[in-house]
Structure formats: structure tokens, C-alpha cells
Design a protein around this ligand. Structure first.
Ligand code: GLU
Length: 423
């Protein structure tokens, strides 16, 4: 379907956003029709209804999903998110994006994603723990170091992974650290994993500004989202000399043309459980920050924030997608006309899963690397993948996003073809 004929509802549906790019890239690759059919849809979708004893003594039932899009190149891999608006279509899209992301950076994983419809902000730690453990128990035969390896995503963290690892291990009657990644260091986590997605974002921004002839010190950056990805991208980029002029959160934004001291903002957030009221910047409308005058815009929160409604007003020269699916397919065309240099999500935020791969390798080796070794390996992969995507775009005369999809689809497609179809 052409993106110009999409209804607004379709434009904002992440599955449609994924499918539109997949179809376009597959068409440009002249992909075999059968392989196209296999890769267009997930290979397995699991829905679980999870009874949880709440602190009040009442029982609540939550709906959870795990979608495994592909295991062609290795175990399925991808995060688990907790949010009130999680849908199966969203998890499907995110699972497919994981397949493409792992293939773009050429790590030996397929793609998966999980989610539970819940409002974690209204739940206690003990309720979250019981919900996480029951969700893991329901999935116990579908996950595993060689099957499907979950990780943190929106509203889940190292503690969530610790509970998942422990629950799985109790069922297996042995400690299995490599069943999930993004764990605390003491439980088989990797040094550098917490900052990895943000670090990867910085690495590709470095490559993008080099390509456009810009310098860090004169590059103004706006970051949307101050969660795991946005906060560490902003912190590392600030420390590296970029000027972070805007931070946008759902409940308000911050703006300072002279640059925001991100370490001070971290300390403020720690004390106040949010960025509001920070004295080192002016309050600003978060929606307007997306279209503020800057060189780099980093959407690092959720899907569909750059859309047909605001893409025309984006002033950034570089759009670096820290989040999964922050740009709709209809907005792609507008950004292309405006010659915005897009570093697509499946490349820009791949630092997280790449370091998850290192964590999985370290757990299986039982040998843990120094942080500088992790960061060096991450840089190698991100710099190499950036160069491959940009080169592919230039040689095939497509934009960076479609180039990344083509590269990924081609890699996964060749694997499926070579393995053959088991009858
Ligand atoms: N949730 C992250 C992502 O979307 C990390 C996934 C992983 O480490 O497996 O890429």
C-alpha cells in the first residue's frame, strides 16, 4: 500500500509502519515471493493471561504477549515492555524490527518482542515482581538461551531481568544466566550494557556529523525522552562536547540555547523523580521541541512522534532514531524531500541489542570483559554498520532507512533460502 493512501489510524499503527517499509524494500530487492511471505509475518505469537495477586488481596488478570518474528539467523531476541497501551500489533512490529536490527548489525539472532498491558507506575514492586515471574513461567518452554532471549524495553529494567532469570532458573533447577540480557552486573550482566543504546546513538551521530562536515561543539541536539536511551545518549553526547539544547518528556520539556548540563539534570532527576523544575534550563512545550532549530533531533521514547502532521516543520539536519519506530512511513517521504539525513532506528538504536549479544556471549563463556573492551567492540560494529548502510543507500539510490531494511531483508532471506523449508 502506498504511504500516501494510508488513513491516519493506519499511519499511527506501528505494524503498518513496519509493513510499509518492508514491502518497499522487498520490492526493490526483487525478493522471491515465497521468502517475502515468510518474512512479512511473525513465525509465532503467544498470548498469555496472567493472574496476579495484588497487594490489596484481590486477583487481577493481565494480558501479555511474546511475538517471535524470526529464528532464522539464531535465537529470537528482543525486549519486554510494560505499558497500558501495549497492543499485539505493536509487539508484532517491534518483533520484526528486532529481526531487521540484528541483521543490520550482523549479530546471530532473530527477532522477538514481549509486552504486558499494565500500568507499572500504579503498581508496587511486589506486584511487578509477581506479574513478571508469572509471565516468565507462562513462557518457560518458549524462551531460553538457544530459543528466545528477552531483555529490557520501555518500563522494564535490570531488576525485571533479574526476576525473569531467577524464575526461569528455578524451573530449570539450575542457574541459567544467558536466558535474558540487560541483567544486573552481579547476576551475569555486562559492563556497558546500561549505557549501550545511548552510546550507540552517539557513535552513529559522530559518523553522521562527520559525513555532513559538522563539529561536535557546534552541533545542537534535541533529545525527546529521558529514559534509558535518551538520558544516556544526552549524557554521553554532552560529555563528548555536543550542545544538548533541548530535552522533551511527555509532561514537559527543557530548553537552553547555551546547552543543558546533563550530569546536573541526572542529579535533579534522581532527587525529584523527573526533569521538571530543573533550574539549568527554561520550561518548554515538548511538542515544539521536536521542531526546534537544531542540527540533530533524537526521538528516544515511543513510536509515531514524527508524523505527516509535523515532519514538514522539522528543522534538524540529522534525525537519529533512538526509539523504535518514532517516524511514520508517511513522514519518511516528507523528510526525504527536505533532505534530512535519517539514521533509522534499526541502525541507530542497535547498540543495546549488540551489547546484549556481548552479554549472552560472556554468560555462555563464563568470562567477563572489561568495560573498555565492550565499548570498543560496540564501536567497531556500529561504525561498520553505519558505513554499510550509507554505502548501500548511495549505491542503490535509496534512503538510509530503505537501505537498512534491504540489507537486513537480504541477509535474513539468504539464510532462509540456504536452510531450505523443512517439510
Ligand atoms: N529493547 C531493546 C531494543 O529494542 C533491546 C533488546 C535486546 O537487548 O535484546 O533494541
Amino acid at each position: 500500500m502506498s504511504t500516501s493512501t494510508l488513513t491516519l489510524e493506519q499511519e499511527f499503527n506501528p505494524w503498518e509502519a513496519q509493513a510499509a517499509r518492508f514491502d518497499l524494500a522487498a520490492q526493490k530487492l526483487n525478493l522471491d515471493e515465497g521468502i517475502w511471505k515468510i518474512m512479512r509475518y511473525p513465525s509465532r505469537e503467544i498470548i498469555v493471561h496472567i493472574p496476579v495477586l495484588m497487594d490489596s488481596g484481590k486477583i487481577e488478570v493481565f494480558t501479555g504477549f511474546r511475538v517471535q518474528h524470526s529464528i532464522a539467523r539464531g535465537p529470537a531476541k528482543g525486549g519486554v515492555r510494560y505499558a497500558p497501551d501495549v497492543t499485539l500489533d505493536e509487539v508484532r512490529a517491534l518483533a520484526s524490527w528486532m529481526t531487521w536490527k540484528c541483521a543490520v548489525v550482523n549479530i546471530p539472532f532473530g527477532g522477538a518482542k514481549g509486552g504486558i498491558i499494565c500500568d507499572p507506575k500504579k503498581m508496587s514492586q511486589t506486584e511487578l515482581e509477581r506479574m513478571t515471574r508469572r509471565y516468565t513461567a507462562e513462557l518457560v518452554e518458549f524462551i531460553g538461551p538457544e530459543k528466545d532471549v528477552p531483555a529490557p524495553d520501555v518500563n522494564t529494567n535490570e531488576q525485571t531481568m533479574a526476576w525473569m532469570m531467577d524464575t526461569y532458573s528455578m524451573h530449570m533447577r539450575q542457574t541459567v544466566t544467558s536466558v535474558v540480557t540487560g541483567k544486573p552486573l552481579a547476576l551475569g550482566g555486562s559492563r556497558g550494557r546500561r549505557e549501550a543504546t545511548g552510546r550507540g546513538v552517539m557513535i552513529v551521530c559522530d559518523e553522521a556529523i562527520r559525513k555532513l562536515g559538522l563539529q561536535r561543539s557546534s552541533t545542537r541536539v534535541v533529545v525527546q525522552g529521558f529514559g534509558n536511551v535518551g538520558s544516556y545518549a544526552a549524557k554521553l553526547m554532552c560529555e563528548a562536547g555536543y550542545k544538548i539544547i533541548g530535552i522533551a518528556e511527555i509532561d514537559g520539556g527543557l530548553y537552553n540555547t547555551n546547552g543543558i548540563d546533563i550530569n546536573a539534570l541526572f542529579a535533579h532527576k534522581e532527587r525529584n523523580r523527573g526533569i521538571q523544575g530543573f533550574s539549568g534550563a527554561e520550561p518548554h512545550d515538548p511538542k515544539e521541541l521536536l521542531v526546534a532549530d537544531c542540527e540533530i533531533l533524537i526521538p528516544a521514547a515511543t513510536e509515531a512522534v514524527i508524523t505527516s502532521r509535523n515532519a514538514e516543520r522539522v528543522k534538524a539536519r540529522i534525525l537519529c532514531e533512538g526509539a523504535n519506530g518514532p517516524t511514520t512511513a508517511a513522514a519518511d517521504e516528507i523528510l526525504a524531500d527536505k533532505k534530512v539525513f535519517v539514521v533509522p532506528d534499526i541502525l541507530a538504536n542497535a547498540g543495546g541489542v549488540t551489547t546484549s549479544y556481548f552479554e549472552w556471549v560472556q554468560d555462555r563463556q563464563g568470562f567477563f570483559w572489561r568495560e573498555d573492551v565492550v565499548n570498543e567492540q560496540l564501536k567497531d560494529i556500529m561504525v561498520g554498520s553505519f558505513a554499510e548502510v550509507v554505502h548501500y543507500a548511495e549505491t542503490h539510490q535509496v534512503n538510509n532507512r530503505i537501505a537498512a531494511y534491504m540489507l537486513a531483508i537480504d541477509r535474513v532471506g539468504r539464510t532462509i533460502k540456504t536452510r531450505g523449508i523443512y517439510a
